[in-house]
Design a binder for this molecule. Sequence first.
Ligand SMILES: [Zn+2]
Length: 442
Amino acid sequence: MTRHKHAFLGALSALLPILAACGGGGDGGIDVAGGTILQNATVVNTRDGSLAAGMNVHVEGGKIRRITSQPLRATGGAQAIDVSGKYVVPGYLDMHAHAVESADRDPPYWPMMLASGITGFREESDSPANMERGKVLNQDSAAGRVLAPEVIFHGGEAHLNPTISARDASNAGAPSFDHLGAGWGLLMDCSSEEQTLRPAALAGSLKPPFPPTFVTNPRAYDGAQNAPFYQRILDTYDEAKCVELSKLFAKNGTWQTLTLIRLRTQDYGNDAQYRNDPNLVYIDKSTRAIWQQVGDQFAKLPASAVTTLQQFYELQKRVSKLMKQNGVKIMAGSDFSGDMSIWLVPGVSLHQEFRELASAGFSPLEVLQMATRDPAEFLGRQSSLGSVEEGKDADLVVLDANPVADVANLDRISAVVLKGRYLSGAALGKMKADAAAAIARQ
Ligand SMILES: [Zn+2]
């Protein structure tokens, strides 16, 4: 191409926005006749954390129609919201939850999830009845009959079968593991005594695969009984084996949904920050009573058992970071499961997961990616999810502060856009207050 043509195209492309603007209304803006415009937003790029300030984002019909620095002017039925000083990221995806089975509870979990920025969640309980419920919920949500995050089914709970190694499961094509395999899980593969410990555990009195326990019945709490076994795994941890395992996961494309908060609440079952969590007002009274009983049981554990459990959790965090450093792909998930998951409040627990991920050594951008871009890739839905771009689903979170500067800013939710529908902070606050009031009346 000649230099002349270059110059011509350059001049033409400079003119185009002006022509478009003139076509829109004559004073430099573009008329928008429907949907919602977020004006003067700072859009966060989930690929590299870069920020695009001064952007106007038009959403309509469930999609992001336009993102531009040109003025957009609301006409007709469109509404414009000034979000100056605020940051726009994709809606969060909680990649491990059990919420659909409790969908008909009063109040349901959706207000808390939406108010926490969750616009979609991977439902792990995929019985035919639950899948039907999820389908109906998604239809009702799409039709505007109910405000709820999208239910995503993508295979059931991915625990590691305790009889086989994580290495073999990965080589056999397991797409992902949850909770680091649950129980001793994949840390068994990192033990220098793996060849003798695994058969010993399976032959012995240990209750695989859930110690220190996924507790539903406080009387069944077996943390003390299984602590010596966990201590053996701690004592024989071989980091070189763990690096090798991580590289194998990376090569095989074996993803991880860590659910660190789920692991921590089990290992710190009597922690005052959980027992006195003000968010417990969003949990029904019978569930709260069960959790307090489990906390009481935890308080009776011998100090040595508690130390073992908590050291095991620290090792799980260390291994999480090690896996990422060696190329393993990781997603954020809470494992919120109603009364089954001690101290986990819907929505709030995903924010707690963000902080646990940060304390494991992940950057704020990495944490944001684990809840947006990475799940989109895992689900094969990059064309509609995972970033704030034209043509993608209008599922957005508007934040009061920069999420790539501090992981705590991922909690600072100003508003949520659900399938193009703008939910203000006041609207979200009312949804939460209504949920708490319904529980208080129980
Ligand atoms: Zn689960």
